[in-house]
Each structure stands twice: as structure tokens, then as C-alpha cells.
Design a protein around this ligand. Structure first.
Ligand SMILES: NC(=O)c1ccc[n+]([C@@H]2O[C@H](COP(=O)([O-])OP(=O)(O)OC[C@H]3O[C@@H](n4cnc5c(N)ncnc54)[C@H](O)[C@@H]3O)[C@@H](O)[C@H]2O)c1
Length: 374
């Protein structure tokens, strides 16, 4: 079978999640091309070599600039801090590589637009890693909405909380530096929820918002003193959708007790849906057509005819968070082989980024801000 030689840039949290996906995807899905874990790249040579060995890459490398130009690489998979997404994606596209990029696409819409222009100019396959679209229960939610089971959607409520920063001694990393991350909870957690809002409800036209930084400086991880935090710790926003729905968004790294609480609810004229990532095999459905028996019921999303499930285990044998990356890898490999676009793509990333930018603007202006269409 034709190989797909993968270079993963970044070897820590997302580098490991993606490496696991590239390794496992062919164990479960029929693929037109077989991924080869060719090279993993990171800043610290010893740690990168150790990661290559543990994760099963043929090589470790220190320079992403060299890696993206290598003629033996087919796909560049970007798992670095956000500021590096832009230069790596543009260089990889210019070298003719397929590009898979972690979210958020960029630090702001200007960078995102340049990245979209670069992949279009080069005509290379590309995909943004909003893996939550590929939780089977969320893919099923989208199917139910498309079938009209919810009717006209009136409400979207998105809440994404963790409690990583509630400890004032939690170290300051690249995530707390606007120059490296582009923003705080609103870009990190908010980008996921905004992508889900777009996936399930559609485009947003206007936003109003409040951002807050609760702890303005934090200790550096190496014990070398303290440094300022110049991004938000939490954000709330009101959302207006083009289709008439109204929405709320709450994202926080101070959601004490919530570890990875990625939840949404949709209320429609015919029914409602609710999802919580901490129960990711389940989807709650309320169908008004059930009349006297109506009530929220919990669907266990592990049936063969549920999205992605035919490739996995018998019903009731549940999946986990890492499977979402395997599903993304499966869809990207098919997109590369067929030439069909894969979503979310860089245009989705740009559109989500415009919402994030508008939220950041609205928090400063204390007014409703328009989400630009172009
Ligand atoms: N999809 C998700 O659920 C999810 C979850 C967490 C993070 N992310 C995204 O993934 C990306 C990476 O986040 P993370 O948590 O893995 O970060 P991390 O800090 O755990 O890892 C960053 C990696 O980038 C590498 N790196 C940094 N500078 C580099 C350079 N100049 N050259 C080569 N490598 C370099 C580091 O060596 C490290 O391996 C971010 O964009 C983040 O928003 C997505």
C-alpha cells in the first residue's frame, strides 16, 4: 500500500495524542494509504529522541524548518504552541506537504487568513484538529440536527471548564503568554466550543463578552522567578447566530472541580440535546414527539450505525478521548487519498478565529461586536 510519511512537530501533550492516532488508525479502519511515523520534532534533543523511541518514530529531529522541506515527508502535523502554527503551516504548504494543524489555527484572524491563503495557493490537503467533532456522540448530534429532530434551534449553551489554574502556584507556561498563545481560555477552550457551535448551529454574526484574568503573575516552571500573565483565565460571551439562535459561552481554567467539562445543550422547537465530554459515550435527547413519555433520555452512542462505531468494538464497549484523534486521522488520510476536502479545514479555522477576535474586541469595547464575514 502507498505510504503516507508523517512528520509530527511537537512531542508533548498533543504530539503524543497524534502519534497514538497515526499508529492505531490502520488497526481499525481500512485506509487507502498507510501512515508511517517517520520523524518527530521538538526543541529539546534528548526529550525528542526519547519521545521518538517511546512513540515509535523512525527518527527524531530538532529543526522544523529542515523537516518540512524533506522530500520524503508527505504530511506535516503541527502540535506546537500556537505562535508556531503560522510559520510551520506556511512553510509546509510551500513545500507541497499536506498539513494537519492543532487548534486554534492561529493567534488571530490575520495569521489565520495568511495560512488559508498559503494552503490554497499550494493546493495542499489540510485539516484543523478540532477533534471533538469526531466524538461519536457529537457526530450523532450533528446527524440528528440535520435530520430535523430538533426543529428550529433556539438556544446553544456551551460551557468548557477545567481547573488547571485555580492553584496560584500553577506555573506560567506558553499558554499564559499572549505572544505565544494569542489568548487564554478564550482561544484554548473557547476555540473548541466555537467550533462546536459552528458545527452544530452555524455561523455567529455578533458577540458581547467579558474576559477576566484572576491571577496576574505566576511562577516560572524552572523556578526562575515570576512572570506576568497577559491572557484571560476565563471568558463569558453572548452569541447571535445567523440562523436566529441565541447562544451563551462560558470557558474557564478556574472551574474548580471540573477537570475537562466540555458541555453543550441545544434547545429546539422539536427537541433538545445535551452532551458532556466527561460522559463522552452518551448523548441526552429530548424529543417533543414522545408526548406523554417525553423526558431527557440517555443514548449510549456505541451502536454499529453510530458515527465511526462500525470500525470499533461490539455495542456497549465504550470509546475514549484518544479515539477522537484516530477518527480525525482516518478522515484526513481519506481526504488526502481522494482529494476531497476534509472539515474542519483552514477556512473553518479562520471563521472560528474571527469569532474569537470579536469576543476579545467586545470584552474591551463592552459593546456588541460584529463577526466579519470576510
Ligand atoms: N485538540 C485538543 O484537544 C488540544 C489539547 C491540548 C492542546 N492542543 C493544542 O495543541 C498545540 C500544542 O499544545 P500542547 O499541549 O501539546 O503543548 P506542549 O507544551 O505540551 O507541547 C508543545 C511541543 O511543541 C514543541 N516545540 C515548541 N517550540 C518548538 C520549536 N521551535 N520547534 C519544534 N518544536 C517545538 C515542544 O518541544 C513540545 O514538544 C497547541 O496549539 C494547543 O492549543 C489541542
Amino acid at each position: 500500500m502507498n505510504e503516507l510519511r508523517v512528520a509530527v512537530i511537537g512531542h508533548r501533550f498533543m504530539g503524543r495524542a497524534h502519534a497514538s492516532a497515526w499508529r492505531q488508525v490502520g488497526h481499525f479502519f481500512e485506509l487507502p494509504r498507510r501512515p508511517v511515523l517517520q520523524v518527530i520534532c521538538g526543541r529539546d534533543p534528548a526529550a525528542t529522541r526519547a519521545a521518538a523511541e517511546t512513540l515509535g518514530f523512525l527518527e527524531a529531529a530538532a529543526s522544523w524548518q529542515e523537516v518540512v522541506r524533506r522530500p520524503d515527508i508527505d504530511l506535516v502535523d503541527i502540535c506546537t504552541p500556537v505562535a508556531l502554527h503560522h510559520p510551520i503551516a506556511i512553510a509546509a504548504a510551500a513545500a507541497g506537504k499536506a498539513v494537519f494543524c492543532e487548534k486554534p489555527l492561529a493567534r488571530d484572524a490575520t495569521e489565520a487568513a495568511e495560512m488559508l491563503a498559503a494552503v490554497r495557493r499550494a493546493g495542499v490537503p489540510h485539516m484543523l484538529c478540532h477533534n471533538y467533532r469526531r466524538v461519536p456522540a457529537i457526530a450523532l448530534a450533528r446527524r440528528l440536527i440535520a435530520e430535523g429532530r430538533l426543529g428550529q434551534i433556539h438556544h446553544f449553551r456551551g460551557v468548557y471548564l477545567n481547573d488547571r489554574l485555580v492553584d496560584p502556584q500553577a506555573p506560567r507556561t506558553w499558554r499564559h503568554d499572549r505572544a505565544q498563545a494569542g489568548g487564554g481560555a478564550v482561544t484554548d477552550l473557547g476555540s473548541h466550543m466555537i467550533d462546536l457551535a459552528r458545527f452544530l448551529v452555524g455561523e455567529m454574526t455578533e458577540v458581547a463578552a467579558d474576559l477576566r484574568t484572576f491571577i496576574a503573575e505566576r511562577p516560572l516552571p524552572d523556578g526562575a522567578g515570576i512572570a506576568p500573565v497577559d491572557v484571560d483565565d476565563a471568558a463569558t460571551a453572548l452569541l447571535r447566530f445567523a440562523g436566529g439562535a441565541m447562544g451563551t459561552l462560558e470557558v474557564s481554567r478556574f472551574g474548580t472541580g471540573h477537570r475537562n467539562y466540555n458541555c453543550f445543550e441545544l434547545s429546539g422547537s422539536a427537541g433538545s440535546l445535551a452532551f458532556n465530554l466527561e460522559r463522552l459515550n452518551e448523548l441526552a435527547l429530548f424529543d417533543r414527539a414522545d408526548r406523554t413519555l417525553a423526558g431527557f433520555r440517555t443514548l449510549l452512542v456505541t451502536e454499529r450505525d453510530h458515527p465511526y462505531l462500525a470500525a470499533w468494538w461490539p455495542p456497549g464497549h465504550t470509546l475514549g478521548w484518544e479515539h477522537t484523534f484516530i477518527h480525525a486521522a482516518r478522515d484526513l488520510i481519506h481526504g488526502i487519498a481522494t482529494g476531497e476536502p476534509v472539515s474542519p479545514d483552514f477556512e473553518d479555522g479562520l471563521r472560528a478565529q474571527r469569532v474569537i477576535d470579536a469576543i476579545q474586541r467586545a470584552a474591551l469595547s463592552r459593546r456588541w461586536e460584529t463577526v466579519p464575514e470576510t
